[in-house]
Ligand binder design. Sequence first.
Ligand code: C5P
Length: 235
Amino acid sequence: MIVLNAKKFLYCAIDYKEIEEAERLLCIISHAIGGIKLGLEFFISNGINGVNRLKKFNLPIFLDLKLHDIPNTVSEAINAALIAKPDFISVHINGGTEMLKIISKKEETKIIGVSMLTSLDERDLVSLGINISIPDYVKRLVKLASECDLEGVVCSPNELKMLREIYPKDFVLITPGIRLENSKKNDDQKRISSPGDAIKNGSDILIIGRPITRSKDPLFAIQNIQDDIIKKSKR
Ligand code: C5P
């Protein structure tokens, strides 16, 4: 496999409360990334107007709201968020069948199901009373998402190979938990992989936040990520 355009896979998680900070970073990196991921930190502070303001960077927007509530509330929240016309909105798959069915298939926005957070591991599952393996748990959640017509899921890079064997190419697999092999492993992400391995194993979109946003030189950090993708795609 040869990846000619590594940047299109790369969505930067713009996890800032201050929109000016988000804009400052995007002015530097927008030409080097494939999309913007806006999560709760940004959205709670800046709302729909904030999302609209970042449209000037002309990049696809993944509005990572991780909605999880009763079906009517989630459905209305999505309708409210659709005003900003994001390319993707996320909901938690464990909101259940009824919640997923009521919201799936929107015209301009793909609804993406969050499976098991990349910050959780086997012990967390046990503490939640879930006594099956991570792959089995993720498989079960993703099957539910697919049966309810969601157009893709967020999963850890560790589950990519398994899911790519089951689901067709147009079922979008989005992966956070991306870290370069030589980076220090001292944050909350537990189920991680390198950018190049994630792309090789079938990820459509890499969500990368702190390795870029907390770098002294964000463009250099992006260059290293792209180099890793290109290097591993040639193997
Ligand atoms: O800073 P870091 O690269 O860990 O950022 C990952 C981003 O991906 C965060 O914004 C986080 O909310 C998001 N995310 C995640 N795990 C999921 C879904 C989204 O880490 N399962």
